[in-house]
Each structure stands twice: as C-alpha cells, then as structure tokens.
Ligand binder design. Structure first.
Ligand code: SF4
Ligand code: SF4
Length: 306
C-alpha cells in the first residue's frame, strides 16, 4: 500500500504544483452527461471522442487491476495568459509557448513513478497525458484539485485554469483518498460565457466544438465561417477573463518557460516564414502539430479582418 503523504511529497518534488489521489471506480454520472453531449453533435469533427467510451468512464477497464489514480497538475501560466494587446492578430494559446507538455509531463510522471517505486518496489501502473481515453478533468475533480468551470475546464483555487494535467494509474491501493472540494464552484460568475468571442460556451458547462476557435485552429483547419478573433493557434479567451486566473501566480517549473515571444511574430511574419525558420524555432512546441501552412492561413485571415 502507498502512503498518501509520500505521494503528495514526491509529486511536488517531481515539479508538479498540485496532486491528489482518487480511487478507481465507474463515473456513471459523467458517462450520462457525456453521452447526452455527444448525441447533440456538439463534438463536431472530434470523432475520437466517440471511441472507447466504456474505458473513458471506468479506468479499471483501461488498466487491469487499477486501484488508485494519482492526478497531478502543473501551472503553465505566463505573462500573456492575462491577454494580448488589443488588435494583435497572431495570438497563441498560453500552453503552446513552451515545449510540448505531453513530453514534459510524461517525463515528470516517470520521475514520480520512479520515486514511488522506492517506497513500493513492486508498484505497477501507467502514465497518461491527454493521450488515452481517460476522463482526466473529472478525475482531477474526484482528487480534490478543483471543479469544472462553466467553460468546461478544470478550475483550481490556487492556480486557476492554466494548469496541465497528468495521471498515474496505479495497481496499488493508497491509505487515504481525496474527495471533491466542498466549497468549489463558479458561484454567480459567468464571465467565460459572456467573453467567449465565438459564443461557444453553453449554459451547461460544455463547449460547442463546432464554434470554438481553439478547436478550429488546433484540431482541424478553420472553417471559413468561423471568426478567429486574432488567434492562430488555440484560444485563451474563456481563461484570461476568469477571476481565478487573475489572482494565480505564474508557472514555477522552468520546463514551462516560453520558448519564443509571440509578440515578435505578428501575422506578416507568419506569412513570410520559411519552413526552416518554423522548424528552427517551433519544432518542440505544440505549434508543430498544426504545421506552418495552417498557422499561415490563420494569420492571413486575421490580417484580412483588421
Ligand atoms: S477557447 Fe475561445 S472560442 Fe473556445 S470556448 Fe474558450 S473563449 Fe470560446
Ligand atoms: S470565468 Fe467565472 S464562470 Fe467561468 S470558469 Fe471562471 S469562475 Fe467559472
């Protein structure tokens, strides 16, 4: 058996800002809500969301013998997370200014796993970062890290929404488990609903992916009818306005330091960029997923609007 205090201490030593532990069980309420959301077609072209539904809502179907999930969060907030200067036409989401978090967080989780193995040498499990059918935001809620905000992101009281998640699913039990926060919740606030430039934040804590700028710039080429509001990759609109982000500190982990200054790359610079420059500056960032052509097209659309 693992000791709760050991897990939390080792997670902080591995560089995470927050950590909680939850037991493995079926998340039936979430499954009902998610199936309703899918049936309305609001996931648009994100077809992968329809796959592996049984595993998504019960981690024991994903990892045989799973007993505990260690949910870790790390802040990626930077100087531009509060917002870009008005009219800037090549805005990039906060998380994408640093090295690809999938790689960074996997490394941190492996470090944590190694540390936990010193406490329990026969420990087995798997590490996940946004890469498997795992309901990671809800697991974070179950582990007491925060709550799901109206814009469907995890809101943590200490670090707001600019946090990235990683999970260790372990076959060992823990001597203590966290519970969801008692005092969490958005209260009367509805800023993210009111500030979303695409009117994509619904009243039911769900995003309409058919409208969302982030989906249109990251997951697939932007549909012609969708305004990008100056974004070329991702969108922080429903986060920058959140009061919990206003008071959150910036990231402390050096791995989340920005690798470039987006303000030095206005739309014109994107449109003139060579593949060599793109490769040289952005190869290790999440921007490489979208590719130069898509970023160029988005920048050109923002230029045409201004
Ligand atoms: S990411 Fe942007 S477009 Fe999508 S819901 Fe948030 S503010 Fe709206
Ligand atoms: S902006 Fe307000 S409503 Fe939206 S997630 Fe933050 S606290 Fe909740």
């Amino acid at each position: 058996m693992l000791l709760y205090q050991d897990i939390i201490r080792e997670a902080l030593a591995a560089g995470f800002d927050l950590c909680g532990v939850t037991s493995c069980r079926q998340l039936a309420d979430n499954e009902r809500f998610f199936r309703r959301w899918l049936s309305k077609g609001r996931h648009a072209a994100l077809g992968y969301l329809e796959r592996n539904l049984d595993k998504r809502f019960d981690v024991r179907r994903l990892v045989a013998g799973a007993r505990s999930v260690v949910v870790c969060a790390v802040s990626c907030k930077n100087a531009l997370s509060d917002g870009y200067p008005d009219g800037f036409g090549a805005k990039i989401a906060s998380y994408a200014l640093a090295a690809d978090y999938h790689v960074t967080i996997k490394r941190m989780l492996f470090d944590l796993f190694g540390r936990l193995r010193r406490h329990l040498p026969d420990l087995a499990g798997r590490a996940f970062v946004d890469s498997a059918p795992l309901l990671e935001k809800q697991l974070a809620v179950e582990a007491g890290l925060g709550w799901i905000g109206r814009q469907s992101l995890l809101v943590t009281p200490q670090y707001g929404t600019f946090v990235l998640l990683g999970e260790l699913v372990l076959t060992a039990a823990c001597d203590r488990y966290d519970a969801p926060l008692r005092n969490g919740g958005c209260g009367a606030c509805r800023r993210c609903i009111d500030r979303c430039p695409a009117h994509a934040v619904g009243e039911d804590h769900a995003i309409d992916a058919r409208r969302c700028i982030s989906c249109h710039t990251v997951e697939r080429p932007a549909a012609p009818a969708v305004g990008l509001d100056g974004w070329i990759f991702g969108c922080d609109g429903c986060q920058s306005c959140c009061p919990y982000n206003r008071r959150a500190p910036q990231h402390r982990a050096a791995a989340f330091d920005p690798l470039f200054d987006p303000l030095a790359y206005p739309p014109e610079r994107w449109m003139e960029m060579t593949p060599e420059e793109f490769e040289g500056v952005f190869a290790t960032t999440p921007l490489s997923r979208a590719g130069l052509e898509r970023l160029r097209r988005n920048a050109a659309r923002n230029c045409a609007k201004s």
